[in-house]
Design a protein around this ligand. Structure first.
Ligand SMILES: Cc1ncc(COP(=O)(O)O)c(C=O)c1O
Length: 349
C-alpha cells in the first residue's frame, strides 16, 4: 500500500533525541530557544515562540493578541476543527464563512460580508499548503482595523508574491504534527512581529511566569520539550529538499492525471503541497478504486466545521459543501518513488 502520508524520520532525528536524552535536560531549554531562532528564517525573521501543538499556537497566539469573549473571529468552515476550536477556546465566537472554489481558502468577499461591530480578527487557513488570498485579506483587515491571524499549520514555506506565510498577519500558527511537511512529534510555533504579543505568548506558555514563581498572569503549561525541539530543528533543515520533492511530485501528477480536477496554483503563489487535493464528482467511488490498487488517499475534510456536533450551526456555505463532497487527497509525500507515482496515475485511471 502506498500510504497517503508518511512521516520521515532518519538517523539525524534519532541522534538529536539521543543527544538531548543523554544531556539529562529534556524539558524546555536551549533546544527550544535554538529551534525558535532557526524557524525565524522561514518567516522573514519574525519572533517565534514554540509550544506543544499547533492548536496551542493558535489558541495562545490569539489570547496573546487580546482576542476573547465578546469578539468575533471570521474563519473558514472548510478546514480542520482546530481552526474554529481555537477561536472558541479564547471565549470569542468563530464566524464561519465560505471558501473560494479554486484554492479551497477563505473567500475575501465572504469575509467582508461577515464583518460586524464585534469582529476582532480574520483567520485565513493556508489549506493544503496553498497560501490564502493574503493580498485581499490584508487590505480588508487594514480597511476595517482588524487583526489577521494566519492558520499556517499546513503551509511551512509557502509564499505569496515573495512573502512567506506566517509573515502577513499580526499572529500566525504552525503545526509540527507528524504528518505535516515538517514535524517535531507534536508541536507548534506562534509567529508575530509584535514584541508585546511575543511576551504575552511566552507568559501564557509557562504559567504566566517570566521570572520563576513570580506569575504575572494566569497561564498554561504549553511548553515544547527540548526532545521535540531537537527533532524539529533537524526536520527544519530538511524542509527545503522535502518541499522541492513534494512540488516535483505534484508537477508529475498535474501533467499525468486525467478525468479529475487537479489543484491550481494562484498567480504569485508557491504551493508546498501538504496535500495534493483533486476534485471528482465520483469521489467515494474513486477512493475505493484507489484502495483496490493499493493507493492510500484521504478526505480532508468530509464534514464542514460548522456542521460538526461541536458547533452544529445551520449556514448556507455552498462551496464548502461542494468541497466536502468532492475533494480527495492523493499521496504527494517526498518518499514516493517514480514507480509509486506511476501507480497513483494508473489507479486514478
Ligand atoms: C488547518 C489546521 N489547523 C490547526 C491544526 C492543529 O495543529 P495540531 O494538530 O498540531 O494541534 C492542524 C493540524 O492538525 C491543521 O491542519
Amino acid at each position: 500500500m502506498i500510504p497517503a502520508a508518511k512521516p520521515l524520520i532518519g538517523e539525524e532525528e534519532e541522534a538529536a533525541v539521543l543527544r538531548v536524552l543523554r544531556s539529562g535536560m529534556v524539558a524546555q531549554g536551549p533546544e527550544v530557544a535554538a529551534f525558535e531562532a532557526e524557524f525565524a528564517d522561514l518567516v522573514d525573521g519574525r519572533r517565534c515562540v514554540a509550544v506543544n501543538s499547533g492548536t496551542a499556537a493558535l489558541h495562545l497566539g490569539m489570547l496573546a493578541a487580546g482576542i476573547g469573549p465578546g469578539d468575533e473571529v471570521i474563519v473558514p468552515s472548510f478546514t480542520f476543527a482546530a481552526t474554529g476550536n481555537s477561536v472558541a477556546l479564547t471565549g470569542a465566537t468563530p464566524v464561519f464563512v465560505d471558501i473560494e472554489p479554486d484554492f479551497f481558502c477563505i473567500d475575501p468577499a465572504a469575509v467582508e460580508a461577515a464583518i460586524t461591530e464585534r469582529t476582532a480578527a480574520i483567520m485565513p487557513v493556508h489549506l493544503y499548503g496553498h497560501p490564502a488570498a493574503m493580498d485581499h485579506l490584508t487590505a480588508i483587515a487594514d480597511r476595517h482595523g482588524l487583526l489577521l491571524v494566519e492558520d499556517a499549520a499546513q503551509a511551512h514555506g509557502a509564499t505569496l508574491n515573495g512573502t512567506p506565510v506566517g509573515a502577513f498577519g499580526s499572529v500566525a500558527a504552525f503545526s509540527f504534527y507528524p504528518t505535516k511537511n515538517m514535524m517535531s512529534g507534536e508541536g507548534g510555533m506562534i509567529v508575530t512581529d509584535d514584541p508585546a504579543i511575543e511576551r504575552n505568548a511566552r507568559l501564557l506558555r509557562n504559567q504566566g511566569m517570566e521570572r520563576r514563581y513570580e506569575n504575572e498572569i494566569i497561564g498554561f503549561n504549553a511548553r515544547m520539550t527540548d526532545l521535540h525541539a531537537a527533532i524539529g530543528r533537524v526536520q527544519l533543515g530538511k524542509l527545503p529538499a522535502w518541499t522541492a520533492a513534494r512540488q516535483a511530485n505534484a508537477t508529475y501528477l498535474d501533467t499525468k492525471l486525467s478525468g479529475v480536477v487537479v489543484p491550481p496554483v494562484a498567480d504569485g503563489a508557491v504551493h508546498v503541497y501538504h496535500q495534493y487535493t483533486i476534485r471528482s464528482e465520483r469521489r467515494d467511488e474513486l477512493a475505493a478504486q484507489l484502495t483496490e490498487h493499493g493507493v492510500g488517499s484521504g478526505v480532508y475534510y468530509p464534514i464542514p466545521t460548522h456542521r460538526l456536533p461541536s458547533f452544529d450551526l445551520q449556514l448556507d456555505l455552498p462551496e464548502t459543501e461542494r468541497a466536502a463532497r468532492d475533494v480527495l487527497s492523493l499521496p504527494v509525500h517526498p518518499s514516493l518513488t517514480d514507480a509509486d507515482l506511476a501507480s497513483i496515475v494508473e489507479a486514478v485511471g
